[in-house]
Design a protein around this ligand. Structure first.
Ligand code: PEP
Ligand code: MN
Length: 370
């Protein structure tokens, strides 16, 4: 069934293939965020707890790192899987890790919930096949200079082993630009949606290489219809053992998760094939509504500060009527009376939130609210 999208007839569609990693259904009605440090470090369990609290659905748990230079940190090694077990037990979240060679697949299999084939390994067909045979979901990252066709062919190597749990991950491609680590190809989301039913993940961390640029590109990916995001986060980014410049803090991660999920719910056609999907979609939309009302309440607080300074009354019935009228006119499936009730309730809850704003001096606040 297809419902009217928010952006008429042009809204991005979610994937039609569902890939299940733990409790996260990638390609279902909700955008999921996979996050955590670039590399597993000794304090990984602590990092995993912070990542889980920020709203991630799956943990990055890379114990082996494919580094460009042999002089760089190569990962904690296979023994690090004890930390993956501990992180899974402590947080209850599933873990994603990258095998570098065929033997790593067996070594990781019992300690992770999904495998990731890194950009440098996308052309390694024995590794793709071994990952496919593992029976675990497999994220296939796009090779640095791989075309869509080459990337899709790599995914088919996994599928040929009888494994349909495959996700494509755009992580930026090599271009002439040197300001960013890579160039995020947002077009991949739109183009591949027409060519495959596989869910599409976007990694804005490796695409940009800089923490401050991760959030804006995460939003671009969410708005373009990505099914999931892969983000590097670290409680103390400067001391991250690997890719320190691009790691965001748990606080930034938390706001990215909330904003990306809200944006995704607003931008995409809702997934409604099953009752469970309808409910997941409704939860995402409700999250988005609440987040927008919270946002509105913050703006109303600033409005009240301006009014306090200008000695104007808190409520302005004429303006409130205009707000209700404007939205009444925009209703389509909603009943006009319902819209009036809804908008009036939103106005009231935002004013209530502003009324308890401690930043407005109490005597003035009381005077104005009287
Ligand atoms: C990673 O995500 O850990 C990684 C190494 O990224 P990429 O393979 O995209 O360079
Ligand atoms: Mn990294």
């Amino acid at each position: 069934m297809v419902l009217d999208p928010l952006i008429p007839s042009a809204a991005p569609r979610p994937a039609t293939r569902r890939v299940v990693i733990g409790d996260a259904v990638i390609g279902g009605g909700r955008l999921h965020v996979i996050a955590g440090p670039c590399a597993v470090e000794e304090r990984y369990v602590e990092h995993a707890v912070a990542t889980a609290a920020a709203g991630a659905s799956v943990l990055r748990g890379c114990v082996l790192k494919p580094r460009t230079s042999p002089d760089s940190f190569q990962g904690i090694g296979r023994d690090g899987v004890r930390l993956l077990d501990a992180a899974r037990d402590t947080t209850g979240l599933p873990v994603l890790a990258e095998p570098l060679e065929v033997d790593d697949v067996d070594a990781l299999r019992d300690h992770v919930d999904a495998l990731m084939i890194g950009a440098r390994s996308m052309h390694n067909t024995p590794l793709l096949r071994a990952a496919g045979r593992s029976g675990l979901p497999v994220v296939v990252k796009r090779g640095m200079s791989a075309t869509y066709d080459e990337w899709l062919a790599a995914a088919r190597y996994v599928e040929r082993e009888g494994n349909d749990q495959v996700i494509l991950c755009e992580r930026g491609i090599r271009t002439f630009e040197t300001a960013t680590r890579n160039t995020l190809d947002v077009s991949a989301i739109a183009v591949l949606r027409e060519r495959t039913d596989l869910p599409i993940m976007v990694d804005p961390s490796h695409a940009t290489g800089k923490a401050a640029w991760v959030a804006p590109l995460a939003m671009a990916a969410a708005a373009a219809g990505a099914d999931a995001l892969l983000i590097e986060s670290h409680p103390d980014p400067h001391h991250s053992a690997c890719d320190a410049a691009q790691a965001v803090t748990p606080a930034v991660l938390e706001s990215i998760v909330a904003a990306a999920q809200a944006l995704s719910a607003m931008a995409r056609c809702p997934a409604v094939d099953t009752l469970a999907e309808c409910r997941t979609t409704i939860d995402s939309i409700d999250d988005a509504i609440l987040q927008l009302v919270e946002h509105r309440a913050q703006v109303v607080r600033v409005v009240q500060q301006h009014k306090t300074r200008d000695r104007q009354p808190v409520r302005d019935p004429q303006r409130e009527r205009a707000v209700v009228e404007r939205l009444r006119a925009r209703a389509s499936v909603l009943d006009i009376g319902g819209v009036e009730q809804l908008v009036s309730a939103v106005i009231d809850v935002c004013l209530d939130a502003a009324a308890v704003d401690e930043s407005v001096p109490a005597p003035e606040r009381d005077l104005l609210l009287a």
